[in-house]
Ligand binder design. Sequence first.
Ligand code: SAM
Length: 238
Amino acid sequence: MPASPSTSVTLTPIGHIESDYPDKFGVPRQPGLAEAARASLVLTPPFDDPLTVRGLEAFSHLWVTFLFHLSPERWTPLVRPPRLGGNTRIGVFASRSTHRPNRLGQSLVELEGIDTDAGVRLRLRGVDLVDGTPVLDIKPYLPWVESRPEARAGFAPEAPASLPVRIAPEAQAALADRPDADSLRELIHQVLAQDPRPAYRQGAEDRIYGVRLRDVDVRFHALATPDGTTALEVTEIV
Ligand code: SAM
């Protein structure tokens, strides 16, 4: 007997994400677009029994099912994907929108390793998840089932175009003494190349934006390049 449509279910997070992204702004739209992004999935009791992940190390990628906990609970049948410029409306179930019934997300992420010396911590790469995201389930990725390169992908047939990014010398100086300078510089390039600005803000503009990555605030603006395209320049890292 199927549950009646009005049946509500209670889900218990099995853990949470610790990531380089303190805020939603600037997080890439899908995993794998900023490979330098580090994250951990920390299991919480009673799920943090190492037995729960026995054998998982043999898989290179995982499906992480999570709650868009920073999205409002209300949802609308139509959404406006940034990929379509932010004005075209499509059905919420034809999108990967963060504003959806039950607020469930799923990301395919790379598993770098598993630490079980104190509880269970999965080290991940290239996530698209804000720090603190509640995780509801983990499943190993099965390429022979789930890799379907022949599939049609509607209005999102390939990765979004990326913009050239430069870091001004005075901003570079702020990275000099950091032990994670190289990986943070790489993360800044990869995140800004996705052009985090709102979809309706394309092209050069004077406005200064700020995106928080790890423990820094990266300030940037959009420049017109000599060939008429747009580049993003980091003016300050504080
Ligand atoms: N890969 C997942 C999917 O397809 O379900 C997420 C795609 S969604 C478009 C990715 C965006 O979700 C990120 O750019 C970020 O702005 C937002 N996001 C990440 N973690 C979130 C959270 N805990 N609550 C709300 N929004 C979040």
